[in-house]
Design a protein around this ligand. Sequence first.
Ligand code: 5AD
Ligand code: SF4
Length: 528
Amino acid sequence: MNELDSELVRGQLAVMGYRFVDRPEAAQVLVYNTCSVREQAENKAYSRIGLAGLRKREGEQLVLAVIGCMAERDGADMIRRHPQIDLLCGPGELDRLPAMLDNALRQQVVEIADRIALQGSRSRRTATLSAAEDNLEFLDLSRAFDPDGAPAGGRAAYVRITRGCNKFCTYCVVPQTRGAEVHRTPDAIVDECRMLAERGVIEVTLLGQTVNHYRYVHGMALTVDGQEAPQVGPGGAAFRPGRASEPASDARRTTTFADLLRRIHDEVPAIRRLRFVTSYPRDFGDDILDTMRACPRICRYLHVPAQSGSNRILKLMNRGYTVEEYLAFVDRARSALPDVAISGDIIVGFPTETDEDFAATKALLRQVPFKNNFIFKYSPRPGTTAIERFPDDVPEAVKRRRNNELLALQSEVSAAVHREQVGRTVPVFVEQISAKSSRRSARDGAGGLGLTVHGRTLATVPAEAETIQLTGRTATDLIVAFDLPSGERADDWIGRIVPIAIHEAESLLLRGRVASARVNAKASDNAS
Ligand code: 5AD
Ligand code: SF4
């Protein structure tokens, strides 16, 4: 979500004539997009804000803007504590940023209130209201897609379908920082996908905090000129477990998440891979699974965080499901889509988590073939229910130990999931030169490999002798590394889907070889 916000802001500023530089020291305007989900991310942002403060104190003319969730959560207090900050802009007000920057650059003396754009109390509107006055929609709609800044050589992009969240997991700041769930209109989403496809994008990832809760009831939210507008979501009450996407009882025409997937798949066939994150383990209807099964270009991949394997902890987290219900969902998904890959998130060290609770989480990891899990140590966040209700009583050392144990266990589970792919030839969407090769070529310089003794370069091996490693992903989101065939240019391969024969599995990635010569790789562009 943050990555997309950064791209949208960048696009807006580029249109206004801002130029971008590679190093922060060379910039006259610094915009930091921040995350509040965990304390560690906030500390990192504060250290950058501190550095910008030093530059200002040394007399540099610099405009410092802090945008995103930290701005929203800390609010005006942040500007008071860190007076070097010129502008604060929450994730719900990003459309106002360019004008605010403009003022700051012209050094207009503006009231502190005009240097702050936050959703504040507007963030949780009543659930039935339309969000028609919602200017943020313009930011997505006016998207100036820049292929040079986009991933996979400009051939992959994110599209937001829902903003905000109506769940109240007790540990989480998102409902406060991003506000109530607002669904974009299906037409706006399909149009954005079509625009991206016309500009060469072949992989779209739909974004929402709980994407499977997408639901647009037509005819309820209209702009003044009668167009459909973004709409505040109905909340969990509109769903019943397992039957998420049934038509609304008032029989108004509704576009469910399954309908939306089907529309994008059918109306924009140039999108060869359609993904979505993040799914909520409750209210994931069979209709979504049926649509995934029927549509070959929808990736068989679900990121569906369990958070814990203990029912007691899940209850304290207010997740609204039990481990048994989570497992029943996994069974349902795997019987509908036998080749589906599942990943998740786990929090260790939630208040009161005992060894027994933790053992239950380990049992869950042994039971579900997760391709990976992002594992987080619980971090108490100001303003959440958990920080107020439950003391952070699991010692840091215990959190660290549980984190490491879980990482080790997940690594075994991931290796087993990856091993199943050995011997297969799979289509891989090539994303980038692997970090390993890029580090190597940066170190060796553009001219090739230097053999150096006592600081003197004795010989230079031509650059062509170097093997370049590329990485990409399978449709099930497994990472694959392979060598670029000799004589080929990496740029010609990035952003394409090519067949790779897998010969080795590790816990984090698969290794393979290009399954056929270049001609075939080109031809395979038609097969996803
Ligand atoms: N502490 C630790 N992890 C958290 N997450 C969200 N809030 C917290 C917190 N306070 C994790 C959850 C979520 C992921 C995005 O971040 O696992 O799914
Ligand atoms: Fe946070 Fe829960 Fe919403 Fe996810 S579903 S964004 S964890 S409140």
